[in-house]
Every structure is written in structure tokens, then in C-alpha cells.
Design a protein around this ligand. Structure first.
Ligand code: CA
Length: 420
């Protein structure tokens, strides 16, 4: 599919994340209390809240944009999703008669402060990149036990915290926690010293389910995708994770990019999960390609310094798709709600420069990463900003996600009553 030309000139640049082919959904303010629902187009945002108020956006499926969240629209289902996208395509295409009327409702992205685009109901995180699982397993358990025995059969996951999901641009405070090094006799309480990011994609549930659903149904139920950084405290994790998995190590924060890229926009970029070493159980079999070809990168910038690209990989490296993960999630009978967020798991490729976390890039601190500034990093330091970016590359255009960025601030002072 070629670039679809828009009368918004900046949307036709080959390097923009937001051409007419994309049309991602976000929530923003312009410096006061009012929250708007908008669609990114080039370097602008079409203000749907104001368009709806003025009667210029009158969808047959209903009114959705007066609540400062996309959740109301997501709840409306497939007919509303299709109607809005079709309306936007007609209104924003080059030569549209709506240009004069709509151009008054374009806001500059540079003037906007982004908010969480939907109400995050619950958050589940998975562990679905074979390269990542093999690397981490090799470090923790040795190469002969790199993959847990269940890994090739189950999309492994844990229930995370929706309360600490934050939008890109939100500062993240390094956690304190219970730590015990391999040579310590007893644990102590103090600031995490092995603070890390995880490069992931987040899938957003847009249709509810109650009971077990197939992979095909699960794919239908996904509304769209965001970039997701599952901030991780490796030293807290190493001590707490057996036998129930990560808990406080993952509870501090999860950052997501502000624009929901819809499944409709990603349709041309579908690709298949890899060949299986072990046959999947029938309930996990995919009726078609359920992954997407999305180039991903992560940069790290020390305080007030330039950023360095520290990894480049692709979402197609995953072993399990979000649809498989969602289908697996429902096997227990667990109801899934509109606004549930599913983290893909850290996305690592086969090469050293394609690893999706500092733990792997610096191999547990043994091989620190050298930045363009000359500094090295084994883990994130206070003042560092980590930024995820991603886009699917079309023929002369991109379907991009914008940035998912977060700066790490120093850990809180430990109160006297928590000291030894
Ligand atoms: Ca994770």
C-alpha cells in the first residue's frame, strides 16, 4: 500500500510517524484543565472533542469524545471503530472539501501535553521472546537450563499493576526494596542498584470476553498497540522471584507511548510467528499471521546529554503473538475487559545489538555498554532518560508510534523507621 496523501502537508513526509495511513488516537491538553481526544496527523492533532461539540463530527454509532479518554469509543465496538476511521480517511485526504472547516480544529503536537489515552483496567505482562528468555535464563541458571521446561508450550505471564502504568514523559522514581546479593547472609533494604528498562509492545483489549476464546477471536478483540517500557529492578527481582515470579521488581512503573496505533493501521504489516520446535496445543494455534513487522529502537541519554541508540530490534522476533497471549489468558475463565493492557514481554533479536534490556545488553554488568558520550552503563543511573521508538515501514511512509520516554529520578529517602 502506498502513502495516502493528506491536505495536512506534514503528514506526507516519508519520515513522519503519523501519515494518513496511521491515524493513531491520543488524549491531550493545551495548558489548561481540558482534556481532548485527538488523532495525530503529521505534526498536528485533529481535535475530535471540539469537532464533536461543534456538530462537525456526527457519527451514526454515537458520541464518544467528551470524556477525555478513548475508553468510551473502544466500548462502542467494531462498527464505531470502522465508522470513525472511514470518516477520518475521507475528511483528511488530499482534495477533501472539509479542509477549510477542519483546519481550524488542528492543534500543534508541540503545544500538547499527552495523557494516558485510555482507562487502564488491568495489566498483564508476558515473557515471549525466545532470545530474551534464553539470554536471561543463561545468566540466571546456565546455558543448559536457559529456557524453562514450559516455555515452548505456554506464553508465560504474570499479573502486573495497572495503577502504576504512566504515559510517556512521566518521570520514574528509582525504587527502594529488599535486596540480597549472592554473597550476603541476610537481606537489607535500600535503593535498587540494577535498575533497567524492558522494550515491549502493549496490546489493548477493545472488546470484552467472559470465558475461553480462540486465537482468532482474541485478535478481533484487540483494539490497538502502544510501545511499552516495563521498568525492572533486577536486584529486587533476583531475591524475590522464586517461586511466584516478579512482584515489587515490576510494580514501580510501566510507561506507554501516548498514541494508540490501531490494528487497522497495522494490517499491511502482519507477519507470522516462527516455526515451532514443539507443536502447540490446538487452542494456541493461529488462523493466520498475528505478529507485526515493526522496527524498534531504544536510546539512553545521560542527564543533559545527547542520546545514544543502544538497541535495534523488531516486534516480529516474538515467539508468541498478543492474540495467542490473550487467548491463553482466557483459558482459566478469566474475564477480560475493555482497557486491559497486555505487555508482550521484552523483545530481543538474535544479535547482541538487538537485545531489549540493559541486563542482556551489558550481560549482567560484565560487558558495560559504551555511550556516544564516552560513558558506560551496566544499568540505568539517576538522571538517565530512556526512550523507545518504533514504526512499521511501508512503501514511502511509516506507521509510527511516537516516543515512549521516561527519566529516572533518585530513590526516595528511606524513613528512619525503615532503617536498621
Ligand atoms: Ca516484562
Amino acid at each position: 500500500m502506498p502513502l495516502m496523501q493528506s491536505w495536512v502537508a506534514s503528514a506526507n513526509a516519508p519520515e513522519t510517524d503519523f501519515p494518513l495511513n496511521n491515524l493513531p488516537y491520543g488524549v491531550y491538553d493545551l495548558g489548561d484543565e481540558l482534556l481532548f481526544c485527538g488523532v495525530a496527523i503529521g505534526d498536528r492533532i485533529l481535535n475530535l472533542t471540539r469537532l464533536e461539540e461543534e456538530g462537525l463530527l456526527d457519527l451514526e454509532t454515537g458520541q464518544f469524545f467528551g470524556w477525555g479518554t478513548w475508553s468510551v469509543f473502544m466500548e462502542a465496538g467494531q462498527d464505531a471503530w470502522d465508522e470513525l476511521r472511514a470518516w477520518l480517511m475521507v475528511m483528511l485526504r488530499e482534495g477533501s472539501e472539509a479542509e477549510t472547516a477542519l483546519s481550524k480544529f488542528l492543534d500543534a503536537q508541540a503545544d500538547a501535553t499527552m495523557h494516558l489515552p485510555f482507562d487502564i483496567m488491568e495489566y498483564t505482562d508476558f515473557y515471549a521472546s525466545k532470545h530474551h528468555a534464553s539470554n536471561v535464563g543463561t545468566m540466571f541458571r546456565g546455558p543448559e537450563n536457559a529456557l524453562p521446561p514450559n516455555w515452548l508450550s505456554i506464553p508465560i505471564g504474570y499479573n502486573g499493576r495497572a495503577s502504576s502504568v504512566v504515559v510517556s514523559g512521566t518521570d520514574v522514581v528509582r525504587p527502594n526494596g529488599q535486596l540480597k546479593g549472592p554473597n550476603d547472609d541476610l537481606p537489607r533494604f535500600g535503593p535498587c542498584a540494577r535498575w533497567d528498562f524492558e522494550l515491549e509492545m502493549g496490546a489493548i483489549v477493545g472488546k470484552p470476553s467472559d470465558g475461553m476464546i480462540s486465537v482468532g477471536e482474541a485478535d478481533d478483540n484487540i483494539f490497538g498497540y502502544v510501545l511499552l517500557n516495563d521498568w525492572s529492578a533486577r536486584d529486587i527481582q533476583a531475591w524475590e522471584y522464586q517461586p511466584l515470579g516478579p512482584f515489587q521488581a515490576k510494580a514501580t512503573a510501566t510507561s506507554i507511548s501516548p498514541w494508540i496505533v490501531t490494528k487497522a493501521a497495522l494490517e499491511p504489516f502482519r507477519t507470522s510467528t516462527p516455526e515451532r520446535e514443539r507443536p502447540l496445543l490446538p487452542y494456541l494455534k493461529e488462523p493466520g499471521p498475528m505478529l507485526y513487522d515493526i522496527d524498534l529502537e531504544v536510546t539512553l541519554a545521560p542527564e543533559s546529554k545527547a542520546e545514544t541508540v543502544i538497541t535495534r530490534t523488531n516486534y516480529r522476533e516474538m515467539y508468541y503473538s498478543a492474540a495467542q497471549q490473550l487467548a491463553h489468558h482466557t483459558t482459566s475463565g478469566c474475564p477480560m475487559n475493555v482497557g486491559d493492557l497486555l505487555g508482550s514481554g521484552t523483545i530481543s533479536g538474535p544479535d547482541k545489538g538487538a537485545r531489549g534490556a540493559l541486563l542482556e545488553l551489558a550481560w549482567g554488568g560484565k560487558e558495560p555498554v559504551t555511550l556516544d558520550t564516552g560513558e558506560t552503563r551496566s544499568f540505568i543511573e539517576d538522571g538517565d532518560t530512556v526512550t523507545l521508538r518504533g514504526h512499521a515501514q511501508g512503501d514511502g511512509y511509516r506507521v509510527g508510534f511516537g516516543a515512549c520516554t521516561g527519566k529516572t529520578l533518585a530513590a526516595p529517602t528511606i524513613p528512619d523507621w525503615a532503617k536498621e
